[in-house]
Design a protein around this ligand. Structure first.
Ligand code: UDP
Length: 488
């Protein structure tokens, strides 16, 4: 059996999904810039997307390595090449994807057993609970990196723990989440599907995630203390230790030019997109993007398009590669013609952080994924909230009620990806889109208040990642805990 090493070496094991790989890669850069050597477990197609990270790391003498493992697509019943959640043909394949992810345990154990010295610490994904067995087997301390906020973690924990929702019979009747620093209400309809189930495969998976999280030495959170200090304190009572080290995208930006995906299909050159922004007035453009995973039906996208057109603002609208259907493309021809010069559509992958950071961007219509939320916070851009699934309704509440940097579009119920996909529900009407944009972009009044508040929160985020900031210090403390001394 391999022995423990004195050379600090952190092993990162992410879920192969963009919203996990991006913060994990940024975490790798942060750790390496603090003097430790880092290995990230990746599969070949995912590694190809992040190759530039390695090139940049090498150029800066940062010690970041990829350990490549084949993703067992065929063994799990997935089509060949489905190595990332955004490559799944439809959300119905998710359980096979998780099955394939679980099969990575054996090759990782084999690799570790062949090493002369094992890593100092494993930083693993919440969604890979088997990493807890790997860590115990090789006697390696393990922590979980959360890609969601302490607000969401605490809401979710307190609801599940108290079972407060179980006695609520109506889906639309609000209930108060117990033991939170603020009075926060949800309806049952807004809770992630899995929280409403008492049995089944997903419920079992979530129980495993929680067990593995509680057995870890602590959790790293891609958030910062000043953003949600009471929620951080609250979550510290649930797990052994919390280190808020974000926004990871900001650390990254400070350290080296952020580099992202290289092979995602992009219809528009980055400079063209930034030129469009530069041709517009400060804070005038609405950026619209639903993250890396959402499947939205063509009928809903057309309604959104009409809402964008009806509003008086320039826009950049990202249509995910899963949603670029022939039907939609046909319909978009006229739409693009009518809106030439005023709006642009990016098909596939957009340089989101750069767009949000541009002075012309004045609002973000978002599905409220946590990475997107934190990127908007870091850029000081207020948000129109259109949550769809998972913990996105928690993020909406955080954005609108607690942080006061957003306006709701008015979605009332979780639209589990699979339900939308199958049932073709229409969620949001064009009038709602127009109204929400006008509300958010309002000059003076509440619009101005939100913008000012967003600027304040941005300042706090930038402070947190400076050398003496809370997140930079937490990162050092985290490393110190596993080394017994600060790295050089
Ligand atoms: N993203 C991007 N360009 C796109 C779509 C997404 O850069 O066109 C990035 C975005 O900046 C964020 C991540 O993908 O870092 C999406 O994560 P989030 O948690 O917001 O949503 P999810 O993809 O999990 O739904």
């Amino acid at each position: 059996m391999a022995s423990q090493t004195h050379q600090p070496h952190f092993l990162l094991v992410p879920l192969m999904s963009q919203s996990h790989l991006i913060p994990f890669t940024e975490m790798a850069k942060l750790l390496a810039s603090n003097g430790v050597s880092v290995t990230i477990v990746l599969t070949p197609l995912n590694a190809a997307r992040f190759n530039k990270v390695i090139d940049q790391a090498k150029a800066l003498n940062l010690k970041i390595h990829f350990h490549l493992l084949p993703f067992p697509c065929a063994e799990a019943g997935l089509p060949e090449g489905c190595e990332n959640m955004d490559t799944l043909p439809s959300p119905e394949y998710q359980h096979l994807f998780f099955a394939a992810s679980n099969m990575l345990k054996e090759p990782i154990e084999k690799w570790l057993s062949e090493l002369e010295t094992v890593p100092t610490c494993i930083v693993s994904d919440l969604c890979l609970p088997w990493t807890s067995n790997v860590a115990s087997k090789f006697k390696i301390p393990r922590v979980v990196l959360h890609t969601i906020s302490c607000f969401s973690l605490l809401c979710s924990h307190n609801i599940i723990h108290s079972k407060v929702h179980e006695s609520v019979t109506s889906m639309s009747k609000p209930f108060v989440v117990p033991d939170l620093p603020d009075t926060v209400e949800f309806t049952k309809a807004q809770l992630p599907e899995v929280m409403k189930q008492d049995s089944g495969a997903w419920k079992h998976a979530i129980d495993q995630f929680k067990k593995a999280e509680l057995s870890a030495e602590g959790v790293l959170v891609n958030s910062f203390e000043e953003l949600e200090s009471m929620y951080v304190r609250g979550y510290e009572k649930v797990v052994r230790k919390v280190w808020c080290i974000g926004p990871l995208s900001l650390h990254s930006k400070l350290m080296l030019e952020r580099c992202r995906i290289v092979d995602n299909k992009v219809s528009m050159d980055k400079s063209e997109c930034l030129n469009f922004l530069s041709s517009n007035k400060p804070c005038s453009v609405v950026y619209v993007c639903f993250g890396s995973l959402c499947h939205i039906l063509a009928s809903q996208l057309k309604e959104l398009a009409l809402g964008l057109e009806a509003s008086s603002h320039p826009f950049i609208w990202v249509i995910g590669k899963n949603d670029c259907s022939q039907e939609l493309e046909e319909w978009l021809k006229n739409f693009e013609e009518r809106n030439r010069g005023r709006g642009v559509i990016i098909r596939g992958w957009a340089p989101q952080v750069e767009i949000l950071s541009h002075p012309a961007t004045g609002g973000f219509l978002s599905h409220c994924g946590w990475n997107s939320t934190l990127e908007a916070i870091s850029a000081g851009v207020p948000i129109i909230t259109w949550p769809l699934t998972a913990e996105q309704f928690f993020n909406e509440k955080h954005i609108v009620q607690v942080l006061k940097i957003g306006a709701r579009i008015g979605v009332e119920a979780v639209d589990d990806l699979m339900q939308t996909y199958k049932a073709g529900k229409m969620l949001v009407k064009k009038e709602q889109v127009k109204k929400a944009i006008e509300e958010l972009m309002e000059q003076g009044g509440k619009g101005e208040q939100r913008r000012n508040r967003a600027r304040e929160v941005k300042q706090m985020a930038h402070k947190a990642v400076q050398d003496d900031g809370s997140s930079a210090l937490n990162c050092k403390l985290f490393i110190q805990q596993f080394l017994g001394q600060l790295p050089n």
